[in-house]
Design a protein around this ligand. Structure first.
Ligand code: ZN
Ligand code: ZN
Length: 355
């Protein structure tokens, strides 16, 4: 089969590799669409993989990346139940062990032995994806109903992270929400917050081109940080109260600092976006947390149950993920696609390994 493998250089190599065998107690999935995520770009730039003496040490290479994918079941192992050939599915990439202390508490997204598809094992930038038994057993393969387009379903994983975000920092009817960072995930969080009852949604970004893309979402006010003062704008927009929830969906330490100032008393701040390692020590005025009784939480990834919820939101017509897709590329053009994905002001870029 054809696959795009990360080989430890900044580029992916398209090659013809052996088609994986379908495990007896697993599945083989024909990949319909795989979305490029910031993680793939980090891997490409070797930012999140350790390189020692010119070798990648924390991720085995060659590796087929891509953890945001949809597909159709091609083959079912004779000891695997619950699925049949032709079923449309998404695969939750975070595979919990179900045995560790975190898994026992039900915090599957915090599994201490987590295996990530597209990082620890091969992911979706290939014609076929082998699904091992542990992936099936932990509920990572989720059926997609016919009314959900498979291109859009490739974005189920990012939506599941938005679901986890708003589970950890819930909105109430009538709340005001500020999302800092107008990337596709920021937009998904904004749209999901609206669906969950938030009344006013604001979106801020320092990149004007990215804010242009926010037109796909229903935003009440857009704040261009390149020429507007966020404290002044939020003050005006909330009659001096501050936003009930501020989500930092960007890798900027200043966003975390400013979030504390513009969140309402009794409000919530969610550090959704991680920071680059070398800028993760941030000076925060913790008296703001104390005097305003702010709740500060973080969100990292999602568990299979969030993926199930993300599929339901699409099936019920509450979230339409197709609108976040900017462009589609064939697998052969993956390096061009990765270049486009790094440009300013992008929605999601999709790879179609089977054309
Ligand atoms: Zn991702
Ligand atoms: Zn575990």
């Amino acid at each position: 089969m054809k696959a795009a493998q990360f080989i430890g250089k900044p580029l992916f190599e398209i090659s013809e590799i052996d088609t994986p065998d379908c495990p007896d107690d697993g599945l083989l999935v024909r990949v319909h669409a795989g979305a490029i995520c910031g993680t793939d770009l980090k891997i490409m730039k070797c930012q999140d993989v350790k390189i020692e003496k010119g070798k990648v040490t924390s991720m085995d290479i060659p590796r087929i990346t891509c953890h945001e994918l949809s597909g159709v079941i091609e083959q079912v192992g004779n000891k695997a139940d619950g699925f049949k050939c032709g079923d449309k599915v998404v695969v939750a990439p975070t595979v919990p062990c179900l045995n560790c202390a975190m898994c026992e508490k039900g915090y599957h997204e915090m599994c201490m032995n987590v295996q990530v598809i597209g990082y620890h094992r091969d992911g979706g930038f290939a014609e076929l994806l082998k699904v091992d038994h542990d992936v099936l057993a932990s509920g990572c393969v989720v059926k997609v109903p016919d009314n959900v387009p498979l291109d859009a379903a490739a974005l189920t994983e990012p939506l599941s992270c938005a679901v986890n975000c708003l589970e950890l920092s819930p909105v109430s009817e009538g709340d005001s929400v500020l999302v800092m960072g107008a990337g596709p995930l920021g937009l998904m969080i904004a749209d999901l917050a609206r669906h969950l009852g938030a009344e006013k949604i604001f979106l801020a970004d320092v990149v004007s081109e990215q804010l242009q893309k926010a037109k796909v979402s229903d935003i009440d006010a857009v704040i261009d940080l390149s020429n507007q003062d966020i404290e002044e704008e939020i003050d005006k927009l909330t009659d001096g109260l501050g936003a009930d929830l501020v989500v930092t969906a960007c890798p900027a330490p200043t966003a975390q600092q400013v979030a504390m100032k513009i969140v309402a008393k009794k409000g919530k701040v969610n550090f959704f976006g991680g920071l680059p390692r070398d800028s993760a020590i941030v000076e925060l005025d913790t008296n703001l947390i104390h005097y305003k009784e702010i709740t500060v939480v973080g969100t990292h990834g999602s568990a299979p149950r969030h993926v199930v919820q993300a599929v339901e939101l699409q099936a019920e017509g509450k979230m339409n993920l197709g609108k976040y897709i900017e462009k589609t590329f064939p697998l052969d053009a993956i390096n061009d696609a990765l270049k486009v994905a790094q440009g300013k002001g992008r929605l999601k870029i999709i790879i179609k390994p089977n054309g």
